[in-house]
Design a protein around this ligand. Structure first.
Ligand code: SF4
Length: 553
């Protein structure tokens, strides 16, 4: 009989967690395995303040009487796309079925919340494929995988976190095999292992052992073009879930040709080359999705606008065959600077682009090795507005070189070319091995970091800013962008963004400003909590990194 496999995906906390207490319990369990937690707590406290304030404002009398009420309710009430399985789940289910194995799929959240479901599923499956892609660190991963391990089953851990951890792996009694690299090349070898007990590396791969755990590496595909790799089959996902999906995730590249100093994407999959599917192959895959009834494609690629020739060819193909698919993607500002390219994307069905603007300061962009200027960021945003592409931007606060003045430059950039939606995030040193954390980069920028402890947001400081200041700088920038009605704060409007109507922008900006100005009681409580957390953070940073410095401006 063929082995039965349970595919488990998701993060520690997800949109499926409707029980707040349950979500909190998981967070606390993860924190128990962590140290140096105060920066993470402060970041989460500030994010929770905005979300709670928005929730309370929606229930207030002021909201009921506000002129923006209709627009907000329209935004909230857009026909939801519904929960979509992770691409990893669909890809694994496709590959496992091709190997003739029986597959069931679930998430960490569902298993954690429902003990009888957990026992039922684990009792009838011989192996668990556990995706670590949305798990943050070992403090999150270990309790989740321990929940899956049974004497009779084999637990295989793969995905982004496994790719990051394998080099320093010290073992785990909950994991029978760590799988690193391309799933398409790993799954046939793992299926054979499940059937015969014999672990043989894929043709271009290898097997190592660390901490008592065998680690299976896929090796890398031959050549740059990925057309030979099978595409995830969303019909299998629909059958497994017993319902239709309106949106499908899609991936057309692996790696990235750029080397931004904070990003590990170019080194995931145990591969350093940028590889991609051809325009012809993407067009064929999308035509199949469209024929299946899919309306939206969400491209998860690091950036979909590279190579630009491929993008242009794909757009022309989509236009020529009259595709009605709407699609969203990550894009580089320097590609969107080209107005005809932005227009072509819009004409081919692109509705939304996510741009890593990162900073409005050329000094910081250079420190980041972003290979893009503040002016290119500005022109890209102007082009998006001209052609009608909804723009989502991310900016990072606190990267080495950052001061209050450079944060203000970021504000000035966004104010001069307002995006539709913005996300402000704090500089993080959590991902080990990225270029900025190499010894020579740290020395060059005077960056001091806390290494070697399991922290969800490890401490850092450099001559311009310290992690004790960064959350307040993130908050200051967020509030300035909201107060001056520059754009919509992404975490407040995350759900339903696909239904965003630019005609409602002004009303939504008014709503958001009222959210920020109101709720004095909540703000008072959060201020008190923040003061406590901040004191602990300063004390802990001083103890672990040495005495704090004053902010430079
Ligand atoms: S931030 Fe984007 S462009 Fe830069 S290396 Fe990462 S994926 Fe590539």
């Amino acid at each position: 009989m063929s082995p039965r496999v349970l595919v488990v995906t998701g993060g520690l906390v997800s949109a499926e967690d409707t029980d707040l207490l349950e979500a909190l319990r998981k967070q606390i369990a993860a924190l128990r395995g962590s140290q140096a937690v105060w920066l993470d707590l402060q970041i989460k406290l500030h994010a929770a303040e905005r979300l709670l304030a928005a929730d309370r404002h929606r229930r207030s009398e002021t909201f009921r009487r506000a002129s923006y009420r209709e627009a907000v309710e329209r935004f909230d009430g857009h026909a939801p796309i519904g929960e979509i399985p992770e691409l990893t789940e669909v890809a694994l289910a496709t590959l496992l079925e091709h190997e003739g194995l029986e597959v069931e799929c679930t998430t960490y959240s569902k298993l954690h919340a429902d003990a009888s479901l957990r026992e039922r599923l684990l009792a009838r499956t011989d192996a668990v494929f556990a995706s670590t892609t949305l798990l943050h660190d070992r403090a999150e991963m270990d309790p989740m995988l321990a929940m899956l391990k049974r004497p009779h089953n084999k637990v295989v851990a793969g995905g982004a976190l496994a790719s990051m951890l394998h080099a320093t792996w010290e073992g785990s009694s909950a994991i029978d095999l760590l799988a690193v690299g391309y799933g398409e090349m790993l799954v046939p070898a793992i299926a054979r292992w499940l059937r015969t007990g014999e672990l043989v590396a894929p043709e271009r791969g290898r097997i190592e052992e660390r901490g008592g755990t065998p680690i299976l590496f896929s090796g890398v595909p031959e050549g740059r073009v990925l057309d030979a790799l099978p595409a995830p089959d969303w019909r299998i996902a629909e059958r497994v879930h017993g319902r239709r999906f309106r949106m499908a995730h899609y991936e057309s590249v692996r790696g990235c040709p750029y080397r931004c100093a904070f990003c590990n994407y170019p080194y995931l999959f145990d591969d350093t080359k940028f590889r991609y599917r051809s325009a012809e192959r993407i067009d064929a895959d999308w035509a199949a999705l469209e024929a299946q009834g899919i309306e939206y494609v969400s491209c998860l690629d690091s950036l979909f606008t590279m190579p630009r020739k491929r993008l242009q060819e794909l757009c022309r193909r989509l236009i020529a065959r009259g595709s009605r698919l709407k699609w969203i993607c990550y894009a580089r500002a320097d590609d969107l600077c080209d107005l005809p390219t932005a227009q072509l994307m819009k004409d081919a069905g692109c509705v939304q682009v996510q741009i890593g603007v990162e900073s409005g300061s050329d000094v910081i962009l250079k420190n980041m090795n972003k290979a893009c200027t503040a002016d290119e960021n500005r022109r890209a945003l102007i082009n998006c507005r001209k052609v009608g592409l909804t723009s989502l931007v991310t900016v990072i606060v606190g990267f080495p070189g950052e001061t209050r003045e450079t944060v203000d430059e970021t504000y000035a950039l966004l104010a001069s070319a307002p995006p539709d939606v913005f996300y402000v995030v704090a500089f993080s040193t959590w991902v080990e091995g990225v270029p900025i954390l190499k010894d020579e980069s740290k020395k060059k920028h005077g960056l001091v970091t806390l290494g070697g402890v399991p922290s969800p947001a490890p401490y850092w400081r450099h001559p311009g800013m310290s992690c004790t200041e960064v959350s307040h700088e993130v908050k200051r920038l967020n509030e300035k962008l909201i107060e001056h009605r520059v754009g919509l704060e992404g975490f407040l409007f995350y759900r339903g963004l696909l239904g965003y109507d630019p005609a409602d922008r002004e009303a939504l900006l008014d709503f958001q400003r009222d959210v920020m100005r109101g709720q004095p009681i909540l703000r008072g409580i959060v201020r008190g909590l923040d003061a406590f957390v901040h004191r602990q953070l300063v004390r802990d940073v001083e103890a672990r990194l040495g005495a704090a410095r004053a902010m430079s401006a």
